[in-house]
Design a protein around this ligand. Structure first.
Ligand code: BEZ
Length: 243
């Protein structure tokens, strides 16, 4: 049995199995990860219901849900409030709030009730230097095998950048699909990085330009072209592709 301090200090890391849980949500009970087999999941936390930054973020995620779903990614939100508060907040968002041209916004993805903070603690979402009672703005990218692949944390006062969240998902899926890495500020259509030369011979071959597909800035830094259409065909549903 962990102490409160130990519990609060639990921080799942990149490469770890995402902690399993059963939770009540605004879409009924969910069992994670088994209800999401074969899909990517973005699990994200909010400090509290009926707060302005969270409201702007929830509306933005709701407006982008289809775009994430088309990239085989489901959204799950969490905030440390009860189910009735969640329901009342989502109804208020739909009925009353307008933000950046979004209105009548219906949040269709599950929002977890976590009044006991049990799930927030499992995921290291409570960071006492920021708040003892509210979750920070955490974003966990979890792959179809239930492995945490990227984590981003923001403080309470800072709303997330949703273009970046989508870019991270597409970059992770591109790395998996094409066995490449993605350089700074990469977006589909930009050149990708191939794994560094693993032997002196390979380093020499690369410097001599033996592989015409590669552009090598030095023996350890080689890129190649990867067509945007090829990326999108691999990671986004083609009939409904969004660039
Ligand atoms: C907000 O979502 O607006 C918020 C929540 C907690 C602290 C500060 C801002």
């Amino acid at each position: 049995m962990e102490t409160i301090q130990e519990e609060q200090a639990m921080m799942p890391r990149i490469g770890d199995e995402a902690p399993a849980f059963t939770a009540m949500t605004t879409q009924g009970e969910i069992h994670f990860p088994q209800d999401y087999t074969g899909q990517w999941v973005i699990l994200f936390s909010h400090p509290a219901d009926f707060t302005p930054v969270c409201t702007s973020e929830f509306m933005t995620f709701a407006s982008l849900e289809e775009k994430f779903n088309k990239a085989n990614c489901k959204l799950i939100g969490l905030s440390i409030d009860g189910l009735y508060s969640h329901i009342a907040w989502l109804r208020t968002i739909k009925d009353k709030i307008e933000f950046k041209g979004m209105k009548n916004t219906e949040v269709k993805f599950p929002l977890i009730e976590d009044i006991t903070m049990e799930i927030a603690k499992k995921y290291g979402m409570i960071q006492p230097g920021e708040s003892e009672t509210q979750a920070v703005r955490a974003v966990f990218f979890i792959d179809p095998n239930g492995i945490i692949r990227a984590i981003i944390y923001y403080p309470l006062s800072l709303g997330r950048n949703f273009d970046e969240l989508y870019r991270v998902l597409i970059a992770l899926r591109t790395s998996d699909a094409f066995s490449v890495a993605t350089p700074a500020d990469w977006n589909p259509g930009d050149d990708v990085i191939i794994s560094p030369a693993g032997s002196c011979g390979m380093a020499q071959d690369r410097m001599e330009g033996k592989d015409q597909e590669l552009e090598c800035k030095d023996w350890f830094f080689c890129t190649k072209k990867l067509d945007k259409e090829e990326v999108l065909a691999a990671v986004v549903k083609t009939s409904t592709r969004i660039s």
